[in-house]
Design a protein around this ligand. Structure first.
Ligand code: NAP
Length: 325
């Protein structure tokens, strides 16, 4: 089969589209025919060798995919050939690779049924983005019905997922984006207010939009740029959940003290198998009833993986970038 492997860590040109042996399902394992692969920023960090997950090489990248079951190993009773599934993430290093390929293998527990109304491309957008958004907003951010969340970076894959999860839970959202297309998307996806994070002073409006109180929860996709301002505008007893960060920032901890803010870092690899099960059971309901509906911004052939790795780090995010084998 064709797959994309790295033989060394480095820039995007280390991504090699090449022939590798087809995977074979051992006991408890499942092989799927991959129909779509989700491209996440984390794969660019793993490829560069700067991430906490540093796999043995050569390595097939990719955490998120959807497709059809090809074969199952001994003892697997939960799946059969032909089933439509998505890779829901699992615990350990195995969850962070294997998807950039025509076929992929994981333990049976890592594949969950894909609702009929969800396309394969959308299935490839669930694992990391929706898993992260749910973990950040509902579990770690403790957002509840009637509260307000500021989603700082709402036009991308995690942000659009968070907008939909918030809307389904009765949480009001304010979302930011940096392009007109992204701002329109954030509005369409249920934000009650939309702000352009490329404009000076754009956060000044947040106080008025929240009747002077500030957001109860802030989901932050670029903490090294925004964390100090997030602390200024958050509500008393607010929760700021750091999802994305690309460098250091100076903050005044006094602000956290006076407002009793919780500043919470999250990393999806820290979730347990039980956490993953709880998250995906909630996601399945929302996907099946249509309240969660992943947005696919761009589809590229798997052979164009290098362009996909550049695109996922470029400004102007619009939902999810997906590779098609
Ligand atoms: P993505 O689809 O590329 O989206 C990136 C988002 O960041 C876009 O909405 C983008 O907006 C926005 N952004 C750009 N400049 C910003 C600014 N100054 N202030 C606020 N937002 C800004 O990426 P993603 O998959 O949603 O992931 C988002 C971040 O979370 C990435 O850094 C990723 O590595 C991280 N992440 C972390 C975890 C974890 O476990 N902690 C899990 C998943 C993702 P425009 O393009 O419209 O400007």
């Amino acid at each position: 089969m064709k797959a994309v492997r790295i033989h060394e860590f480095g820039e995007a040109d280390v991504l090699q589209y090449e022939d590798v042996a087809d995977p074979v399902a051992g006991p408890g394992e499942v092989v799927i025919k991959v129909e779509a692969i989700g491209v996440n920023p984390v794969e660019t960090y793993i490829r560069s060798g700067i991430h906490m997950i540093k796999p043995a090489l050569p390595f097939i990248l990719g955490s998120d995919a959807a497709g059809t079951v090809l074969s199952v190993g001994n003892g697997v009773t939960t799946h059969k050939p032909g089933d439509r599934v998505y890779a829901a993430g699992s615990v350990g290093e195995g969850a962070w690779g294997g998807c950039y390929a025509e076929q992929m293998l994981r333990g049976a527990d890592a594949f969950l049924p894909l609702p009929d109304n969800i396309s394969f491309a959308q299935g490839a957008a669930i694992g990391i983005p929706y898993g992260t958004a749910h973990w950040a907003l509902i579990k770690r951010g403790r957002a509840v019905k009637g509260e307000t969340v500021l989603i700082h970076g709402a036009s991308g894959a995690v942000g659009t997922a968070a907008l939909q999860i918030a809307a389904a839970a009765g949480i009001t959202s304010i979302g930011t984006a940096g392009s007109q297309r992204g701002l329109d998307l954030v509005s369409e996806q249920g934000a009650s207010h939309v702000l352009d994070h490329t404009q000076d002073g754009y956060l000044d409006a947040v106080a008025d939009l929240t009747d002077g109180k500030g957001p109860d929860v802030i989901l932050e996709m670029l903490a090294n740029v925004n964390l100090a301002r997030d602390m200024d505008i958050a509500a008393k007893f607010g929760r700021i959940v750091i999802i994305g960060n690309r460098g250091p920032i100076e903050i005044n901890p006094r602000e956290a003290m006076m407002k009793e803010l919780d500043i919470i870092g999250i990393a999806l690899p820290n979730t347990s198998a039980e956490d993953i099960a709880v998250i995906h059971s909630a996601l399945y309901k929302g996907l099946a009833d249509g309240s969660l509906n992943p947005v696919i911004g761009k589809e590229l052939p798997l052979a164009e993986v290098i362009e996909a790795h550049h695109a996922v780090l470029r400004p102007g995010a619009y939902g999810k970038i997906v590779l098609i084998p």
